[in-house]
Design a protein around this ligand. Sequence first.
Ligand code: P6P
Length: 338
Amino acid sequence: MKNTNQTLGEFIIENQKSFKYTSGELSRLINSIRLAAKVVNHEVNKAGLVDIVGDYGGKNVQGEDQKKLDVYANETFIQTLINREIVCGIASEENDNYITIQGNNKDHKNKYVVLMDPLDGSSNIDVNVSVGTIFSIYRRVTPVGQPVEMEDFLQPGNQQVAAGYIIYGTSTMLVYTTGHGVNGFTLNPAIGTYYLSHPDMKFPDDGRIYSINEGNYIHFPQGVKDYIKYCQNQRDEDPYTSRYIGSLVSDFHRNMIKGGIYMYPKSSSAEKGKLRLLYECNPIAFIAEQANGKASDGFQRILDIKPTELHERVPFFCGSKKMVEQAESFMKAAHPTQ
Ligand code: P6P
């Protein structure tokens, strides 16, 4: 059993040696995310008290209204990462194009690129429902110079070196992986320190919670309808239950602890689904697989999908391995040519 009084800082140092070919930059990168998360958490926690909630007036690349906290979170993470000379580029849900960072490193030798959704589920902010930050980290492929979109940002999810999320909920947690399992840290806001509260997180192999926006039911592919009906018809001693918060990080986090599946399939109104491959599905899929779970688009492994554009969307089925495999069996039966 790992020491659960360990702080995140101690954990990073202790596990430093498990990071392949890095001399501390990845640790410093995760530390900078830890710091930015504390700053954002402070604002999220008082969102109802100050004039920082509500529409910013801008729209992001998805055409969605930008909430002020969206913009604040985006700027906070970007500035924190820029200041540390570790990252050569950042892509964000809130920015149409990626940002390149030179800093003092005149030949752009910073090793990592970061892709993020700075405040996922932000439509929940003004109704006091938990929201989250999702991040994905890759080593750059091009050796020096400005990062290049195709080589450095559009890498398949199986190339991630780290991924994680912060959930700003009843407590604030940072959950991440560097490819050696998943660990969760809870923030003690009184002293601003994260403690290892959930060591070695694992999905239960099976579960009874399914998370999907059933308001879209009539627009779902037949395979999804068949799976939902399968869940609803299981009236044994341990029936299925529907739980959907409308915040990916919150639904995923609960399902990882209790067992469950999250689905955002394509529909007649969203041909590729809603979730973005690069900074929502890939990082969550990396965490899911590291926790013995599974993530696919209903047919193929999410982490093997070769991205073609920064903000592309994919259908998303993620959670307990047996539940995802069950859902996939309905998808393959109903859509044999896909
Ligand atoms: P819908 C939030 O906007 C988000 O990207 C996820 O966090 C969440 O699970 C999903 O969209 C909710 O979408 O269409 O059900 O409101």
